[in-house]
Design a protein around this ligand. Structure first.
Ligand code: GDP
Length: 445
């Protein structure tokens, strides 16, 4: 029986050129000894770590030909002994090799168990694990970048430096409480206050990246709104670069919400082209109008499309009124025959493509901020946002206690803020939070 050793397919289930089966735990090498026969007379027990060996891999009732590599603890992904088998990527092959491995007393890995072991063995912070799952689940370049930032411990390092500043401030206060006659706190009072204010400011700065971080992680719901015939469908097609929406010169054709997805600067924008807002006797169109109102409320950005070649009508005014409190871009379309009769945020032509790149630039600016040049230092996780927000509030409370010079209270606030910051890296995260995070992983990671 092999003790607490796990195995799973680490590549996707299905047919492919190569599959990777990973075994982690004390029994990893014993598994390799049982199922792998290296070429050239080498013995598995003499394997040099981190070196690929070619040989036969035994499955249940068959033999495959592939490779094997040994990662020696603690220099492995999980921090334990790890052996990987690189077999051919067929369903019967991988299932057969895994059954053989399980028959040796190895247990199938649960969701995210390799990464959980890496976390528990101190190889990765919790934030880094979350970054990894984000990267794996990414559907846009922006998500990959933001995930990579977390995965590579950039946020954790930042948080840890804030925590050590708090520890420094706390040391003075604790000394002051323990030895009041020494005057440690009096001498350093301003310094302590400044440190708390500085940490709070930096926490606020990180929190401020959450809005754009959400845009990157969840995509940006973008509604194209306007009365019929202003060119919404044409604009949608222009943005999508193909003819998804129906373009028609008859007013009121776009009754339904048409959806499409574009990536601007690595961020996903979900576009919907909706009916205009006007009182209508047409039943189907009224339903569309109601839906448009709902969409306005549910959108991150409203793009109001007006016809730049004619004057504004009551219907245009309705749309403008309905969206005035929203994150809105007013587009004057048809600038190829625009007479500049009204002001707009941008003038474009869905027909010729003029101004479309600028519109994309503006959409990005509104949703993410800055030019289309994504770094990775965004705050994308709600869990981190909540922890940081609590830390900020606690530091605010500490600042209030400074005016009352209540040392014990200040110390307790700083300790609490330290713990709240520690939730990001996982130092102080509860077991249930940790379990929840790893349950979102796939098996084999
Ligand atoms: P929607 O009802 O707002 O979706 O409008 P459509 O996209 O169906 O366009 C209505 C009419 O305006 C069509 O005949 C389009 O060819 C025309 N149109 C759309 N955009 C432009 C543009 O930028 N310039 C010109 N000249 N015509 C346009």
């Amino acid at each position: 029986m092999i003790n607490d050793t796990i195995a799973a397919l680490s590549t996707a289930i299905g047919v492919g050129g190569v599959a990777v089966i990973r075994v982690s735990g004390d029994g990893a090498i014993a598994v390799a000894e049982k199922i792998f026969k290296p070429l050239g007379g080498v013995k598995v027990k003499d394997f040099e770590p981190y070196k690929m060996y070619v040989g036969e891999i035994c499955g249940e009732g068959f033999t495959d030909f592939g490779m094997c590599v040994y990662f020696k603890a603690p220099k492995s992904f999980t921090g334990e002994d790890v052996v990987e088998f690189h077999s051919h990527g067929g369903i019967a092959i991988t299932t057969g090799i895994l059954s053989k491995i399980y028959s040796l007393g190895v247990r199938p890995a649960t969701k995210g168990e390799y990464t959980k072991r890496a976390f528990l063995n101190g190889k990765m912070s919790l934030a880094s694990c979350e970054g990894l799952i984000d990267m794996i689940n990414s559907e846009s370049v922006g998500e990959v970048k933001a995930g990579y930032y977390l995965y590579r411990e950039k946020l954790t390092e930042k948080i840890k430096s804030l925590q050590s500043e708090l520890t420094y401030a706390l040391a003075f206060i604790d000394a002051g409480i323990d030895y009041p006659e020494e005057g440690v706190v009096e001498d350093n009072y301003d310094e302590i206050k400044k440190t708390v204010a500085k940490v709070k400011g930096e926490v606020e700065e990180i929190i401020s990246r959450y809005r754009s971080g959400r845009a990157i992680k969840s995509g940006v719901k973008t509604a194209l709104l306007g009365k019929p015939n202003t060119g919404k469908s044409s604009l949608l097609n222009r943005l999508l670069d193909y003819d998804k929406a129906i373009v028609s010169p008859v007013a009121g054709t776009t009754r339904d919400v048409v959806e499409g997805e574009i990536h601007i600067g690595g961020v996903r924008f979900f576009l919907s082209d909706t009916a205009g807002i006007r009182d209508s006797d047409d039943k189907i169109e009224s339903v569309g109008v109601e839906r448009a109102k709902k969409i306005i409320k549910g959108s991150d950005i409203c793009v109001v499309v007006l016809d730049g070649s004619s004057d504004l009508t009551e219907e245009d005014e309705n749309v403008l009124k309905e969206t005035e409190n929203e994150n809105r871009i007013i587009v004057a379309n048809k600038c190829d025959k625009d007479e500049g009769r009204f002001a707009a945020d941008i003038r474009v032509s869905a027909l010729t493509g003029e101004g479309i790149d600028e519109l994309k630039e503006m959409l990005f600016q509104r949703a993410v901020g800055g030019k289309i040049d994504l770094g990775g230092d965004f705050l994308t996780e709600e869990r981190h946002y909540i922890a940081l927000k609590s830390a900020k509030e606690t530091l605010e409370a500490a600042e209030k206690n400074f005016s009352a010079a209540a040392l014990e209270l200040i110390a307790s606030d700083i300790k609490t803020a330290w713990d709240q910051l520690g939730e990001v890296s996982g130092e102080t995260a509860s077991e249930s939070i940790i379990d929840e995070i790893f349950s979102k992983f796939c098996v084999g990671k």
